[in-house]
Design a binder for this molecule. Structure first.
Ligand code: FE2
Length: 392
């Protein structure tokens, strides 16, 4: 989890009265309503927030749809290159998500929204990691405002009420991972005192939580669309959900910029997990950041052929040129499933021998369990990609 954070007004101890002064609200004298947001029952990270009105007041619930993930299976075992950079824009930052692949632990989407998000959204069953391939703006949440920019990972804990407010929606372009287990920083990056250790690829200052509260004192009914797995429910809340006067804890939406990841380079290629950025149940997220290349005089500077027999590997190509791949473009995704080898394309080993740096920036997720590719992804798949290692 990111480091402890406090924003706004909280009482001196947890679970005691937080008096609401009469002068501050037309509601008059009273208390702010405590709301504890926990993970893994009550056993792991949590935050404590204080609302103007109880967050439990709802006047209506409507079932508004099912969004089941569909596999294109049966698909033969092969490599995939899914060309998503020019995917047509549609929907908003939530409704415009197009499923690419999924398993029991995650669902990955590409999203190129066409319009700004109007309705507040809450994912009730999954944390979300939204990688900002292009775009920028403010994520409005009941924790406050989170400014985001290109190459940010925006991590949104489940049950966060939110709305993306882009600066220019026509530039927005995301990779979205819906994570059914909690998204965390790797345990091994922390010392026994809970601090990120020296020498790890990032530091507490690299994580950016909400910068200011959004305190809306509005008793009007407000709709929130909640997704829990396949089900969409529109809940009419009796007041605006962004009514938090203060909170503290370890659970909150935050950004981490991929360019703040400190890459490690050896005399020869260093494989994952040195690129690991996040961990969750059943998979990891890694960042291949711009870096100096391996410096042994005989080093092969692109990754060797490997058989990732117990993992499916997905790369999303965001910036720079990709030394080991031919034909991939910005916004491409490749899926190299377990059980068959993959590696550098013909000609790329010798072509890289004189290179000293790579400016490539790619996001990878490696899954323990088999990924199912969706019909939407298969529609953007290059069927010749499995044969792209032939000519050399
Ligand atoms: Fe690989």
């Amino acid at each position: 989890m990111p480091p402890y954070m406090k924003l706004g007004s909280v009482p001196p101890k947890r679970h005691i009265k937080h008096p609401r002064p009469k002068a501050e609200s037309h509601l008059g004298e009273g208390i702010y309503y405590e709301h504890v947001v926990t993970t893994e029952g009550f056993n792991r990270a949590y935050s404590i927030m204080y609302h103007l009105r109880p967050p439990t007041r709802v006047s209506k619930m409507d079932h508004v749809g099912q969004v089941p993930l569909q596999a294109a299976d049966p698909v033969e075992l092969r490599h995939h290159h899914i060309v998503t950079g020019g995917m047509p824009r549609k929907g908003d930052s939530v409704t415009g998500r197009v499923p690419m692949m999924f398993n029991e632990d995650l669902a990955a989407y590409r999203c190129r929204p066409a319009e700004a998000q109007q309705t507040i959204f809450r994912n009730g069953a999954a944390d979300e990691v939204v990688y900002i391939h292009e775009g920028g703006g403010v994520l409005e949440t009941h924790f406050g405002k989170v400014r985001y920019k290109p190459m940010d990972y925006v991590v949104i804990p489940r049950t966060t009420n939110y709305r993306f407010v882009p600066d220019d929606v026509s530039k927005e372009d995301y990779l979205v991972i819906e994570s059914f287990g909690s998204v965390r920083l790797p345990d091994r990056y922390h010392n026994p005192d809970g601090q990120l250790m020296l020498g790890m690829p990032y530091y507490e200052r690299d994580f950016h939580g909400p910068s200011e509260l959004i305190m809306i004192d509005d008793p009007s009914e407000t709709d929130v669309v909640i997704k829990d797995h396949d089900r969409l429910t529109r809940v009419t809340m009796c007041n605006h959900p962004f009514d938090v006067v203060g909170w503290d804890g370890f659970v909150y939406p935050y950004t981490f910029n991929a360019m703040d990841f400190e890459p490690l380079t050896g005399t020869v290629h260093l494989p994952p997990p040195v690129q690991q950025t996040f961990e969750a149940r059943g998979y990891v997220i890694c960042t291949f950041a711009p870096r100096y290349l391996d410096h042994h005089p005989e080093a092969v500077k692109v990754p060797y052929v490997h058989s990732n027999v117990e993992a499916d590997e997905v790369l999303f190509y965001s910036r720079g040129n990709f030394a080991s791949r031919r034909g991939v473009t910005h916004g491409s995704m490749t899926l190299h499933p377990g059980g068959i080898p993959h590696g550098p394309h013909p000609g790329t080993i010798m072509a890289s021998m004189d290179h000293e740096r790579t400016e490539e920036l790619a996001v990878m997720f490696d899954t323990d369990r088999k990924l199912h590719i969706t019909p939407e992804a298969l529609g953007m798949d290059d069927p010749q990609y499995p044969f792209s290692w032939l000519d050399g």
